[in-house]
Design a protein. Structure first.
Lengths: 485, 102
């Protein structure tokens, strides 16, 4: 084996490990159905993948499609951590769901493989492949409790709208290719600035606008946000958490590699349009969340607002802005997995609906004090409370906007956060209100409650740990960004 | 043999894409939704072929094969979902299935 092939194989280790995990899990399921063994194997796969992402290596391009640099490894590490924690949350959930349990881990691994491909993509082909691998696996994960109607409705809505968005994305990529003749991201950057004829230029920018529309759907930016509330509501709680954390995070990582401020500056009209959409996302997300009585829908609308905030650093540009994007992706993954994790622990999947009504949370502090003590910090972090990762993320977004003197966007973030405080506090306060006839301790200690509890404890530790001492996270972000350009 | 002008070819792609999108918005049946999605994805594939013809490269045609495969995967999962939906709801109409309200 030649030296270059060897370095390429080592660089591609995270993807290879996940792919090997998929095959192994499939064989294991075919041989004998053992839920615990499959869950353990999947967790092992994610842990090994995470370890492989931490190996210090140079940037290695594998074929024209993939580039494994520190930036890709940072994204893949986040995906691996989210995957491992999702397995812990899923274990108890699918155990009580009944029916075939093991295949959801297969789908989870496939979705993670797609997300990791997105993190390392530097070509239109790997972008499309990664995005579709991720989405198609997610359709299956959302519809997994197929005996119930809500997940089916959520899955078909997500499928139809996501496929339409993919269609727009691919059409956009095709227009860009027709105009520039390049499919690789790096050469596209050069080709954009050197387009001579005005017809080609307008063709290329129409293509980029369509690509943004397709990706904005995945990030649930207004006006492509209509699926979010229904899908979060209908999907099983751990799957909704994974969808929010990984599918959106990976797309944001991809966008930063390719379509950041430098590319936007050449089309001021598009940049202005996106700024308007960011402000609208913040406004619509926060205002719609105010009137919801369903906890999953509140989290869905709050995620629309969160990705409005995340769009701000994309638009203003600069070194701080790039750091802000990665810090926000990491923090949002922890906060949203933790919030949906708490819903998972409280849910009884056999009933067909998760514990998502506000009333289910009344008196929770007395009934399930451990769940409340992890759920409350997650919600406070989403509101941007200091000493949590959520504050760090908001701080970076604001710093990036102020540094580039984008006062309007900074103001939108501040006002949005102020409105957000109301509905997060409402969710917290209700957990401490008395519930007539139901103030006794609930919840039993079992293997399944321990695994989900372990995931919640790890997430809370990450949330507070990085909130108090963010140095190691920031060092990772700086190292990841140094390999970009 | 004369070649098809670039603009005409792209106009056909855009028309196909718009037809698919319009069908997706207007038709109420889920099977029709899947067919309209297929039309939209094929419009994207055709646009890749147009690009490949312009630059005389095979890259765009490879992308077309990729689009075709992905569309097939998406529709396969979609049809599996339709079977389940028909079993639970006894209907494939958008309005019957949409029960979640804000």
């Amino acid at each position: 084996m030649s030296a270059t092939v060897q370095t390429q194989l080592i660089a591609g280790l995270p993807l290879l490990l996940i792919a090997a995990g998929i095959v192994l899990v499939m064989l294991l399921v075919a041989g004998s159905r053992n839920h615990r063994a499959v869950a353990q194997l999947t967790t092992l796969g994610f842990v090994l993948t995470f370890a492989a992402c931490l190996l210090p290596q140079p940037a290695v391009g594998v074929t024209p499609l993939l580039l494994f640099d520190d930036y890709a490894r940072f994204g893949m590490a986040i995906v691996a951590v989210c995957g491992a924690l999702t397995v812990l949350l899923l274990y108890g959930y699918v155990e009580s769901l009944g029916g075939y349990r093991e295949e959801i881990y297969l789908l989870l691994l496939i979705a993670a493989l797609g997300a990791m491909t997105l993190c390392a993509a530097r070509h239109a082909a790997s972008l499309v492949l990664g995005l579709e691998t991720l989405s198609v696996a997610l359709f299956g994960m959302i519809a997994y409790p197929h005996r119930h109607t809500l997940p089916l409705e959520a899955a078909i809505k997500y499928l139809v709208l996501s496929a339409a968005a993919s269609g727009a994305l691919m059409f956009g990529l095709a227009l860009v290719y027709t105009a520039t003749g390049h499919l690789q991201f790096e050469s596209l950057h050069v080709a954009f600035s050197s387009l001579s004829s005005s017809a080609d230029r307008s063709l290329a920018w129409a293509g980029v606008a369509l690509v943004w529309a397709g990706l904005a759907f995945k990030l649930s930016i207004v006006p492509f946000h209509l699926w979010t509330a229904d899908v979060y509501h209908g999907a099983p709680a751990p799957v909704a958490g994974f969808l929010a954390a990984v599918s959106k995070g990976a797309v944001a990582v991809l966008l930063l590699r390719w379509l950041d401020a430098a590319a936007l500056q050449q089309a001021p009209a598009l940049a202005q349009m996106l700024a308007l959409l960011a402000v609208l996302s913040i406004a619509v997300g926060n205002l719609a969340a105010l009137v919801q009585n369903n906890v999953k829908r509140v989290l869905a609308y709050s995620s629309i607002a969160h990705f409005g905030y995340l769009l701000v650093p994309f638009l203003v540009g600069g070194a701080t802005a790039r750091e802000a994007v990665l810090v926000y992706v990491a923090s949002y993954a922890v906060m949203t997995l933790g919030s949906f994790g708490a819903i998972t622990v409280l849910s009884e999947p056999a009933t067909g609906e998760d514990a998502d009504h506000l009333y289910d949370y009344r008196g929770l502090f007395w009934r399930r004090p451990l769940v409340t003590s992890t759920f409350t910090p997650m919600l406070l972090a989403q509101a941007g409370m200091p000493l949590t990762m959520g504050f760090l993320a908001k701080f970076y977004v604001l710093a990036a906007a102020v540094e580039q003197q984008a006062w309007a966007l900074a103001l939108a973030v501040v006002i949005g956060s102020a409105i957000g405080l109301y509905y997060y506090l409402r969710l917290i306060v209700v957990q401490f209100l008395p519930r007539p006839g139901g103030m006794r301790r609930e919840g039993v200690l079992s293997e399944t409650s321990l695994t989900a509890g372990a995931a919640l404890v790890v997430l809370t530790a990450l949330l507070l740990g990085f909130g108090v001492a963010p140095q190691s996270l920031l060092a990772g972000v700086t190292q990841a960004l140094s390999s970009l350009n | 043999m004369s070649t098809v002008p670039l603009l005409h070819a792209l106009a056909v792609c855009a028309l196909l894409f718009a037809l698919g999108l319009a069908g997706l918005l207007i038709r109420r049946g889920l099977v029709f939704s899947l067919m309209c999605l297929e039309i939209m994805l094929n419009a994207a594939g055709l646009a890749f072929v147009v690009g490949a013809a312009r630059w005389a490269e095979p890259d765009g045609q490879v992308m077309f094969l990729l689009v075709l495969t992905l569309a097939a995967a998406e529709v396969a999962v979609g049809l599996a979902l339709l079977l389940q939906i028909h079993r639970r709801f006894r209907s494939l109409d958008h309005d019957v299935i949409a029960r979640m309200k804000a």
